[in-house]
Every structure is written in structure tokens, then in C-alpha cells.
Design a binder for this molecule. Structure first.
Ligand code: 4NP
Length: 161
């Protein structure tokens, strides 16, 4: 069993913490679990905005994750807290350039930030697009993007260990 000091801590960040970052959280947790690394990781997600604090993920994110045997129903949205999150998480992973900019404005050191999609070796597109205002199909596309990026993130962390 790893102590908190030995764990790798990863925080996924989007705007509302109901669509993209809960999916990223669920996919990455699933990947860590299937690699028998559960004890070695501390994983969470949050939003730069507070609109949805306390709410479960968007039903479309829950449904998309469920189609891939990932359960998001226990997650609840929370807002990024610079006072605690900057110290607590080694890896702070914004979904898009706007989230990245907002996290810097909130005092997050650039050295701690890496855009989610930068871990996907198959694309140079910088952002995980926000599916909130689109149709259900957008959520499956976002799932696929996050799946690639989560695998790349895990590989990257393992390489650095
Ligand atoms: P997320 O998507 O940042 O991926 O959770 C959004 C969710 C809610 C809103 C915007 C984006 N909103 O404006 O309420």
C-alpha cells in the first residue's frame, strides 16, 4: 500500500466539471485499475467555474462512460481551489487552452500544467472540445479522444518514474 507521499496525484480540469473532466477522471481511473496501479494514484477532477458545484456529471457523460463499463455516478462537481489543489496535485491537466489560461490566472505554476491532448501522440490538435452544447455523438467522440490521451498520460508518467 502506497502512502499519500508515494502516490502520483493527477487532477483533470475543465470548465464545468460535468462533461469532460469527469469522463477523463473515470477513464484514467479505469486504466490505472486495470494496470493494477490503483494504490499508486490519487485521481480527481474539478472545474474552473462553480456553476455545477455538487451536481453529478452530465447524463450524456454518464451514459457514454457506462457504454464502456465505466461508472461516473458517484462523482460530484467541484470548483478548482488554488489554495489546496496546487499543493496537492503533481499533475494538473486542463482539457483546453481556456482552462489552461484560467488555471495560470489562478496561480498554477506552468511547470505543473500539461494540456490533456498533448498526451495523444496521434494528433497535434490542442483541445478536447466542449461537448456540452452539442448532440450525444459529441460525447462518444470526446470519450475516444480522452481514451487516447489517458493512455499517453499513463505512459508518460511511467516513463518519468
Ligand atoms: P465541461 O462542459 O467544462 O466539459 O464540464 C461544460 C459544462 C457546463 C457548461 C459549459 C461547459 N455551462 O456553461 O454550464
Amino acid at each position: 500500500m502506497s502512502t499519500p507521499q508515494q502516490q502520483t496525484s493527477v487532477l483533470f480540469v475543465c470548465l464545468g466539471n460535468i462533461c469532460r473532466s469527469p469522463l477523463a477522471h473515470g477513464i484514467f481511473q479505469h486504466l490505472v485499475n486495470t494496470n493494477n496501479l490503483t494504490d499508486h494514484y490519487q485521481i480527481d477532477s474539478c472545474g474552473t467555474a462553480s456553476y455545477h458545484t455538487g451536481n453529478p456529471p452530465d447524463p450524456r457523460s454518464i451514459q457514454t462512460a457506462a457504454l464502456h463499463n465505466i461508472d461516473l455516478t458517484a462523482q460530484r462537481a467541484r470548483q478548482f481551489d488554488p489554495l489546496t489543489d496546487i499543493e496537492r496535485f503533481a499533475w494538473i491537466i486542463p482539457m483546453d487552452a481556456a482552462n489552461h489560461r484560467d488555471l495560470i490566472k489562478l496561480g498554477t505554476p506552468k511547470s505543473r500544467l500539461r494540456l490533456m491532448r498533448s498526451f495523444d501522440p496521434t494528433t497535434t490538435a490542442p483541445d478536447i472540445p466542449d461537448p456540452y452544447y452539442g448532440g450525444d455523438g459529441g460525447f462518444e467522440q470526446v470519450y475516444q479522444m480522452l481514451q487516447h490521451a489517458c493512455q499517453g498520460l499513463l505512459d508518460s508518467i511511467k516513463d518519468q518514474a
